[in-house]
Ligand binder design. Structure first.
Ligand SMILES: NC(=O)c1ccc[n+]([C@@H]2O[C@H](COP(=O)([O-])OP(=O)(O)OC[C@H]3O[C@@H](n4cnc5c(N)ncnc54)[C@H](OP(=O)(O)O)[C@@H]3O)[C@@H](O)[C@H]2O)c1
Length: 240
């Protein structure tokens, strides 16, 4: 049984997969969750191929029952939680007049509500890791658009700004118990989510998922005395 364990949502591709890779490399047993089972299975095969111990749970994280099922599967397999990564996310672009209610609900559901539910369901496990080593960590994927709202991505930006606020609140509530939270706020990262912009921004000009993964490796190495509440990743010439 690994000495440390992590739960990563949105781990079937992009940033979540890159972070899961680093956490496995740093000796964590992994529970990985994402929506589409076949895509998740491909990522799990890749992670297991590196020798990592992986529990796989396909789940739609807009469902409270699915969130609870993911956490229960993790608890059953590993019995502890040192790192929670909330990377599952969706973004739909639209000008104000074309905003569809069901897409508002989906973005709020995955990008914000699921994070809130994961904290609540994981609080006991996180607090017990915090009591043991004062360095339990929750990584929340916000965005550069959560720091500065973007036209056309207004709803997405609002959910990501909320993630920053939520992360600040959680540090006030939990950091004293050894559970630290960080909001990661990247500009364009080269993942399936940014396929829509490749015509205008070349892939090689985007932040790499591994850049985000390595930031998490750094966070793991911080002393219990240090909380980093937020990391902003910009591309050259890009500003908040
Ligand atoms: N790429 C960027 O430029 C960028 C920049 C800033 C912030 N972010 C944020 O970073 C996070 C990861 O994004 P990414 O770029 O790595 O995108 P990605 O490769 O598209 O990954 C998104 C992940 O979220 C999962 N997901 C989406 N809806 C879900 C649902 N309802 N239930 C469960 N899982 C769901 C996806 O699974 P399925 O594919 O099966 O749906 C996938 O594993 C997101 O929160 C995103 O907003 C991305």
């Amino acid at each position: 049984m690994p000495e440390r364990a992590a739960l990563v949502t949105g781990a079937s591709s992009g940033i979540g997969l890159a972070i899961a890779d680093v956490l496995g490399d740093e000796g964590h047993g992994l529970t990985v969750a994402a929506r589409r089972p076949e895509k998740l299975a491909g990522a799990v095969e890749e992670l297991r191929g590196k020798g990592f111990e992986v529990e796989e749970v396909a789940a739609n994280l807009t469902s409270e029952e699915d969130v609870q099922r993911v956490v229960a599967a993790h608890r059953e397999r590993f019995g502890r939680l040192d790192v929670l990564v909330n990377s599952a996310g969706v973004g739909f672009g639209a000008p104000l007049a074309d905003i569809q209610t069901k897409r508002v609900d989906m973005q709020l559901g995955v990008n914000l509500r699921a994070i809130i539910l994961f904290y609540r369901e994981c609080a006991e496990l996180l607090r017990s890791a915090g009591a043991e080593h004062r360095n339990a960590l929750v990584v929340n994927l916000s965005s550069l658009s959560g720091k500065s709202g973007q036209a056309w991505l207004s709803v997405y930006s609002a959910t990501k700004a909320a993630v920053v606020g939520w992360t600040q609140a959680m540090n006030k509530e939990l950091a004293g118990d050894g559970v630290k939270s960080v909001a990661l706020c990247p500009g364009f990262v080269d993942t399936p989510m940014t396929e829509f912009i490749r015509e205008h921004v070349k892939q090689e000009d985007m932040i790499r998922p591994s850049d985000i993964g390595e930031a998490v490796r750094y966070l793991l190495k911080l002393s219990p005395a240090c909380v980093v509440p937020e990391i902003v990743f910009q591309r050259p010439g890009e500003a908040i």
